[in-house]
Design a protein around this ligand. Sequence first.
Ligand SMILES: Nc1nc2c([nH]c(=O)n2[C@@H]2O[C@H](COP(=O)(O)OP(=O)(O)OP(=O)(O)O)[C@@H](O)[C@H]2O)c(=O)[nH]1
Length: 133
Amino acid sequence: MTSKKIIEVTAAIIRKGNRFLCARRKASSEQGGKWEFPGGKIETNESPEQCLERELHEEFAIQSVCGKFLCENTHDYGDKIIKLKAYFVKHTSGDFQLLAHQQIQWLNLNEMQQLDWAEADLPIVDKLTSHYK
Ligand SMILES: Nc1nc2c([nH]c(=O)n2[C@@H]2O[C@H](COP(=O)(O)OP(=O)(O)OP(=O)(O)O)[C@@H](O)[C@H]2O)c(=O)[nH]1
C-alpha cells in the first residue's frame, strides 16, 4: 500500500474592516469553483510566511506582510492530503488584480458562511468566526 503524501499549503486571512478576502478558484483548477483563502503550496526551503507573500504577489500583484498564525487543518481529499495553514496577512500596497482566481469578494463573517468553501477550509472559517465572536 502506498501512503499519500501530505501537501503543505498556506492560506491568507486578509481583513479590511469587518470583511475578509474570499477567493473563488478557477473552474479548470483542482477544487474548481470552490471558495478558498488565497495562498498555495509551500516550496522547498521556503517558510509559510515567505510562501504567502510570494503567492499573494503572484495571484494578485499585491505586496503584503505575513503576521500571526491562526490555525491549521489537515484534510484528506481522497487522492491527496492537504495540510492547510492559515495566517493573518496585512495587505501593504498595490491594487488587487485577478491573476489566478475567477472572482474575489470581501465578506463579513456571516456572509462567509454562505459560500461553497473547499472542504479543507471549513474548520478555518469556523476558527476565524470564533476568533472574532
Ligand atoms: N491556496 C489554497 N489552496 C487550498 C485551500 N483549500 C484547499 O483545499 N486548497 C487546496 O490546496 C492545494 C493548493 O493548490 P494551489 O493550486 O493553490 O497551490 P499552488 O498555487 O502552489 O499550485 P501549483 O504550483 O500546483 O500551481 C489545491 O489542491 C487546493 O484545492 C485554500 O484555502 N487555499
